[in-house]
Design a protein around this ligand. Structure first.
Ligand SMILES: Nc1ncnc2c1ncn2[C@@H]1O[C@H](COP(=O)(O)OP(=O)(O)O)[C@@H](O)[C@H]1O
Ligand SMILES: O=C(O)[C@@H](O)C(=O)COP(=O)(O)O
Length: 420
């Protein structure tokens, strides 16, 4: 296997898998830690392991990431990629830094790069500061994220305390990156173990990939990973004729939209789709007292009759803040995730075959609830959001796991049309 990847959430995993398919390599996407009976990886392919470790306590995230690393290494991974969010989503304690550090220690890797930029989706790092479209990260809607609000745009400052022990974090800045792979290589050689990298367009990411092609451990978003296969091909380490293979066949049938993201873009997408399909809005406070607003009846009436509907946890920042103040951040999030996971199972029992899900944590909860253990990546609906084909006890199904911030306003309708 040329590359083994550990993704910290499920939308991130399908994003990464889609971009690697674009890079013309065979990609296998496994949900959770593969068991002993899992099929062996392809010799020249990429393995992506989707974990749900973005917001859990650092020691648990590290333990799961190391277990994934052990599996990937035993399966022959030549390089390893630690995939986190293109907006560097993490809590004050981690988990980007602690997991990177643990992977470095276990692999004996002296250095690694941190390259979250995803220019096609408006995420750029300049002089160590992350921008989301035209706004600094800390002024963007990411400041209101329910689980990991991002309140500092300076990524060196975000990473340093996560690494602890006074760890040195360096920056490979854009003027260096614009001088090309040779200059980047020198900066890597003379810098500290942890290096945040600027990148404002895909040419920057390609230069970084060329400079980093010998590094065994790399970290970042999907857009940087996409450039690695070309860098390895140029170095003669990957068959120039390698291909992603034929896209999987997607099942047809009733579809449900399940939205747990509260991002600004998802809120617009939910409002847009609400004008076209029946919607049930969950309320975290009512869920806490066992009231889901008749969710099962609503799903049975719509999906059972072959029509679509949407169940949303999605709410405005003030509503989320009120629920969190009453219930606690974790409890409020968990209640909505569990309700949406239950909605997915009910919909499946009424014949749903297509699931459009918004939100990374939400996608993790739903994919696990459906018992999906592997996905095959199909066509992208929006950059970084592919339809994926999977299987559960009831047979074939399709899921589109949308990162909170990805896609245009009409994303849900477009997704259903595309796989219609
Ligand atoms: N109304 C709500 N009140 C409180 N928390 C909510 C509400 N709706 C959704 N959530 C929680 O917010 C979190 C959103 O995270 P996630 O699904 O990862 O979305 P994103 O992709 O935008 O990061 C989930 O844990 C979800 O359950
Ligand atoms: O890199 C990205 O932006 C995405 O792949 C990602 O990780 C999405 O996370 P959520 O926004 O929590 O869905």
């Amino acid at each position: 296997m040329i590359l083994g990847c550990i993704a910290d959430d499920f939308t991130g995993a399908t994003d990464l898998a889609a971009l690697l398919v674009r890079a013309q390599v065979p990609v296998s996407l496994r949900i959770g830690l593969p068991d002993a009976a899992a099929p062996a990886p392809a010799a020249n392919g990429v393995e992506v392991i989707a974990l749900k470790i973005r917001s859990i306590p650092p020691d648990q995230a590290v333990a799961q990431a190391l277990a994934a690393l052990d599996w990937l290494q035993a399966a022959g991974a030549r390089h390893v990629y630690w995939k986190y969010c293109s907006t560097f989503d993490s809590t004050a304690r981690g988990n980007i830094g602690p997991v990177a550090r643990a992977l470095m220690d276990r692999m004996g890797a002296g250095r690694t790069l941190y390259v979250p930029s995803f220019p096609e989706n408006g995420r750029r790092v300049f002089m160590g500061n992350m921008f989301v479209h035209r706004q600094p990260l800390a002024e963007s809607p990411m400041k209101d994220h329910p689980l990991n609000p991002m309140t500092d745009s300076d990524l060196c400052r975000v990473l340093r305390p996560q690494l602890g022990d006074g760890a040195a974090v360096g920056l490979i800045d854009w003027p260096t990156i614009r001088r090309g792979a040779e200059a980047i290589l020198q900066a890597i050689g003379s810098g500290p173990a942890h290096l945040i990298c600027d990148a404002i367009d895909d040419a920057d990411l390609a230069a970084l990939a060329q400079a980093a092609r010998d590094m065994r451990l790399l970290t970042g978003g999907s857009a940087f990973a996409r450039h690695l296969p070309d860098a390895w091909r140029a170095a003669g380490r990957l068959d120039p004729a390698s291909a992603a293979g034929a896209p999987p066949k997607m099942p047809k049938g009733p579809a449900i939209v399940l939205s747990g993201s509260c991002s600004a873009m998802t809120r617009r997408q939910v409002a847009n789709f609400a004008a076209q399909a029946p919607v049930l809005k969950l309320d975290a406070l009512r869920l806490a007292s066992g009231d889901d607003g008749g969710m099962a009846e609503c799903i049975a009436a719509q999906i059972g009759a072959g029509r679509t509907c949407m169940i949303q946890g999605t709410a405005e920042p003030a509503e989320v803040a009120a629920a969190q103040a009453a219930l606690g951040v974790e409890k409020a999030g968990e209640l909505v995730e569990l309700a949406l996971a239950r909605a997915a199972r009910i919909a499946r029992n009424h014949g749903a075959t297509r699931f459009v899900v918004a939100g990374g944590e939400t996608s993790g909860a739903i994919t696990n609830a459906l018992g999906i253990t592997a996905l095959r990546v199909g066509a992208e609906i929006a950059p970084g959001v592919p339809w994926c084909a999977g299987q559960d006890a009831g047979g074939p199904l399709a899921v589109a796991l949308k990162s909170g911030n990805f896609g245009d306003e009409d994303f849900f309708a477009r997704a259903l049309e595309q796989a219609g």
